[in-house]
Design a protein around this ligand. Structure first.
Ligand code: PLP
Length: 403
């Protein structure tokens, strides 16, 4: 049987290779920063990193990770309820809940695990989960794992009239949950949180915000998209990753009222059936959070760099999706075009990923540039020059739609 399966899979993979949609994973040979050392390519500029503030390789973070490793070892030995939890987990969870101004927090090995663990644990038959159509895949899968009888409804992207209509239709449900990204990962735009909060108030709904790309980036103190809009008090439950701007390298969490967190400890399947965050990651995350709290200028400085980059592309006739976040996507059309364009940029020394179907809808493939605090002015200028050159070559070669 495995022979036939291998043939079937190989045929499907060959189709991807033929039509230019096959993803080749690049190998990095050192730390992730503004530049990286790529196997077979050498040193290139990196514009694909989620490490927005460059915290993950800061000496304080690396030292804290090593200290946690020395104290607690590499293993968490088992699931937390079976073999106990590490004090550093509790320390990090206290710090996260304090940072976000909510009652409690629970860490997971990833935000994927947090999102797929949260929704099934807090919903029950009859409840309605309302989700933005561009929500991250982990929120979508979290909804799919909800208990039988939980209704899932998808509203148009940031379409508040659609959300209001669906909320009205769900008036008799025992509970309504509005689930949204804060910064949408493939567009970089922001959820209209003030409108969402107003609708939640009017329709007595719970707001669940995954702010994986917003924390550390948006808001005066980096507390995220809700802080940016001044509606932090109206977010009921946060989820987020420790593996992007917060500097932990990996890991995720849910933060919210104590009954929610206690329920997750009792029922959430990734918490009950999977090992906890390694101590080194908890140590790194704690150090990252401390740097963010002390360096209050960091998010604003990052956003200023992203705004400069977006404007500079515009001046070269390259239109990125507009937003105040650090995600700067340029739509190029077909998946194969995005991948080919990324290869062209890499040939010029700039590493960025082309995203196509199934990550984004067919025909809207894009290059997603991500600006980082580690990019110097010179790095930004060099990247813009490379992109402008590649776009001009592509126009001549009649490659991507270079709008
Ligand atoms: C909005 C959003 N949620 C969740 C995740 C998953 O985060 P993690 O890598 O911690 O699983 C991502 C990562 O890409 C994301 O963009």
């Amino acid at each position: 049987m495995i022979g036939r399966l291998n043939v079937r899979l190989a045929e499907a993979l060959a189709v991807g290779r033929r039509n230019g949609t096959y993803k080749v994973v690049k190998e990095l040979q050192g730390t992730v920063g503004a530049h990286v050392e790529l196997a077979d390519r050498g040193r290139v500029l990196l514009f694909s990193s989620n490490d927005y503030l460059g915290l993950s390789s800061r000496p304080e973070v690396v030292v804290a990770a090593k200290a946690a490793l020395d104290r607690f070892g590499a293993s968490t030995a088992s699931v937390r309820f079976i073999c106990g939890t590490l004090s550093i987990h509790r320390e990090l969870e206290t710090e996260l809940s304090r940072f976000l101004g909510v009652g409690s927090a629970l860490t997971y090995s990833s935000c994927w695990a947090a999102n797929t663990g949260l929704i099934p644990a807090i919903t029950q038959a009859g409840d309605v989960v309302l989700a933005d159509e561009l929500n991250h895949a982990s929120l979508i899968d979290g909804g799919r794992l909800a208990p039988k009888g939980v209704e899932r409804r998808v509203y148009g992207h940031a379409d508040m009239a659609d959300l209001a209509r669906l909320l009205s239709a769900a008036a008799s449900a025992p509970a309504r949950f509005i689930v949204t990204d804060g910064v949408f990962s493939m567009e970089g735009d922001l959820a209209p949180l003030p409108d969402i909060a107003a609708l939640a108030r009017a329709h007595d709904a719970v707001v669940v915000l995954d702010d994986s790309h917003g924390m550390g980036v948006m808001g005066e103190t980096g507390r995220g998209t809700a802080e940016h809009f001044g509606v932090a008090a109206e977010i009921d439950i946060y989820t987020g990753t420790l593996g992007k701007a917060l500097g932990g390298g990996t890991g995720g969490f849910v933060a919210g009222p104590l009954p929610v967190i206690e329920t997750l400890v009792q029922r959430s399947r990734p918490h009950l059936f999977s090992n906890a965050l390694p101590a080194s990651v908890a140590g790194a995350s704690l150090a990252g959070l401390r740097i963010l709290e002390e360096g209050r200028h960091l998010p604003a400085a990052l956003r200023a760099k992203a705004a400069w980059f977006r404007q500079a592309l515009r001046e070269h006739g390259i239109q990125a999706i507009d937003s105040p976040s650090a995600i700067v996507p340029v739509i190029v059309g077909e998946t194969a075009r995005a991948i080919a364009m990324a290869e062209r940029l890499l040939d010029h020394g700039l590493f960025v990923t082309g995203f196509g179907f199934p990550v984004v809808p067919e025909g809207t493939a894009r290059l997603r540039f991500q600006v980082s605090a580690g990019h110097s002015e010179e790095d930004l200028r060099e990247a813009v020059a490379i992109i402008a050159k590649a776009w001009s070559q592509a126009r001549h070669a009649d490659a991507p739609r270079a709008s």
